[in-house]
Write a protein that binds this ligand. Structure first.
Ligand code: PLP
Length: 399
């Protein structure tokens, strides 16, 4: 049967928000063979706790299969294990204050459902984790960017913005921040800035969304209290994940905060919390007490890789490329001199099989051509050294 040409196009059916989406651009990355990619914050697969997860899975299948493999709620023990971990950080956590989801990204992506009407103001950092911020943009939020320096979000600039908005009668819906081992800069906000941020939230009546994906992976310096422990009035929603400390593929993250927010988030999470089977497996694994030892192994490995990357940068990059040293996490942020464009550098690096994240992929306001993000988490050590040597040669050739 011949296909008829219709005057209708399937794309005419798209909602405006889908029609206006620009496909992601990866420079030339997708058409070149990349031998060393520093682009994405993937976990090091060598470090996954295979044997312990296999043992926990076998035990669940032997002892709990009728409930773990059926429709039903997640394991109650998983809630308990997460609550214990939160309480160990000093965060007020209980069952009513906790929601579990398919990764923290899923829960962060639900925030606009609860908080944002088109045109509402949401405050984010610049640079930031665009994977989440793009969800706020798609929901029609008016996203305002506050600069980040080596101490995290500039809270004085935030204060000015909040005050200006108040004069216009605008109350932002929330402030999205990554205060510890920031993605992409690796910066950690010191206590005095955290105290000011929490005080501003209370003064202006704005929710702070604290994305704490990386703080367990500290390889340098003293722990700084989460914003959620400084907040006495309930203005902080704390969000975290097992992705960086167990494995991203288990897709388990959570948010802890005011029960009214948790209840609303749960209403929009219409498929229910998370898969029962994985929840039982991870709860069992956590209950063995091995996770904290595992985290120590991760820290040793990521510390080594980070040091190696920074040493290689010091040897190979022109001295006016400035790398920020993170105290933990997955990323090193490099500020480029004015004559080097991150996007153009990426195209040149791709020709030599090297990839990284251009800073332009980390801002909601179009900035970022003056910086690049290098993820050291995934590549084996010899590839880190090899990749930075090639990138250094590309940079020198540029000159
Ligand atoms: C800052 C930050 N928040 C959230 C996420 C999402 O993590 P999850 O795997 O829990 O969805 C990531 C993942 O890279 C991240 O870097």
């Amino acid at each position: 049967m011949a296909l008829t040409t219709s005057t209708y196009q399937i794309t005419d059916l798209f909602a405006e928000r889908a029609r206006n989406l620009a496909p992601p651009t990866y420079g030339t990355e997708l058409t070149k063979i990349i031998t060393v990619s520093f682009a994405y914050g993937l976990a090091d697969p060598i470090l996954f706790p295979h044997a312990d997860l296999a043992a926990a899975s076998a035990a669940v299948l032997a002892e709990e299969a009728p409930i773990a493999l059926n429709y039903g709620p997640p394991s109650a023990q998983l809630y308990e294990q997460i609550i214990l971990r939160l309480q160990a950080k000093g965060i007020a956590a209980d069952r009513d204050r906790l929601i579990i989801g398919y990764g923290s990204g899923q829960i962060l992506g639900l925030l606009p459902d609860v908080f944002v009407e088109p045109g509402d103001v949401v405050i984010v950092e610049g640079p930031t984790f665009l994977g989440v911020v793009s969800r706020f943009v798609h929901a029609g939020a008016r996203v305002i960017t506050i600069p980040v320096d080596e101490l995290g979000m500039d809270v004085d600039a935030l204060e000015e913005t909040l005050s200006d908005l108040k004069k216009q009668g605008i109350r932002p819906r929330f402030i999205y921040t990554i205060p510890t081992f920031h993605n992409p800069t690796g910066a950690t906000m010191p206590l005095f800035r955290r105290q000011k941020l929490v005080a501003l939230a209370a003064e202006y009546g704005v929710l702070v969304v604290e994305d704490d994906a990386y703080s367990d992976l500290r390889f340098q310096g003293e722990a700084v209290p989460p914003l959620a422990t400084l907040d006495k009035e309930g203005w902080v929603l704390y969000v975290s994940t097992f992705s960086k400390i167990i494995a991203p593929g288990i897709r388990l993250g959570w948010a802890c905060g005011d029960p009214a927010i948790i209840e609303r988030l749960a209403m929009f999470k219409s498929e229910g919390p998370v898969g029962p089977f994985v929840s039982h497996v991870v709860a069992r694994y956590c209950a063995t007490g091995k996770l904290d030892y595992h985290i120590q192994e991760l820290i040793a490995c990521y510390k080594h890789k980070c040091n190696l990357l920074l040493e290689a940068i010091a040897h190979e990059f022109p001295s006016d490329v400035v790398a920020l040293r993170p105290g933990g996490g997955f990323f090193v942020w490099c500020k480029l001199p004015p004559d080097i464009s991150a996007k153009a550098l990426l195209t040149a690096a791709n020709e030599h099989g090297i990839s990284f994240l251009s800073g332009t992929r980390c801002y909601a306001n179009g900035q970022g051509d003056d910086a690049i993000r290098l993820a050291f988490s995934f590549q084996p050590t010899e590839k880190i050294v090899e990749g930075i040597a090639v990138l250094g040669a590309v940079l020198r050739e540029w000159r």
